[in-house]
Each structure stands twice: as C-alpha cells, then as structure tokens.
Design a protein around this ligand. Structure first.
Ligand code: SF4
Ligand code: SF4
Length: 56
C-alpha cells in the first residue's frame, strides 16, 4: 500500500512533501510522487493537501 496521487488534480504545491514524516512524497515536475517502499500509510499528507489530490 501507499498513498495515491491524482496527478490531474495535484498543483505541485509541496504541502505533502513538507508534511510527510518519513520523506516518502516529493514533488517532481510539479506533481507529487510517492515512494511506495517508504510510505507508511499514515495519512498525514492526505489531510494536508489543499485540493484533495491524495487518497489512501
Ligand atoms: S501517507 Fe504518510 S508516509 Fe505516506 S506519503 Fe503521506 S505522509 Fe508520507
Ligand atoms: S499537497 Fe496535494 S496539491 Fe500539493 S503537491 Fe501534494 S498532492 Fe499535490
């Protein structure tokens, strides 16, 4: 499992990257990308995304 990014909705704001406690999500070319091996499914980024582009 890992958080999913709706790339059509993501604005590349970086809030998820800042919020993630384990640095599992990064903005690359203005879209969030998740490292599925590192993500611990904590949901912190889902709550921080201002446009609801993330889901578990
Ligand atoms: S669910 Fe948690 S660990 Fe996974 S990318 Fe989001 S903040 Fe990071
Ligand atoms: S917080 Fe949401 S909109 Fe911002 S970079 Fe992350 S997924 Fe994209």
């Amino acid at each position: 499992m890992a958080v999913k990014v709706d790339k059509a909705t993501c604005t590349g704001c970086g809030a998820c990257e800042t919020a993630c406690p384990v640095e599992a999500i990064k903005v690359v070319n203005e879209k969030a990308e998740v490292n599925e091996d590192t993500c611990i499914d904590c949901g912190v980024c889902v709550d921080e995304c201002p446009v609801q582009a993330l889901s578990l």
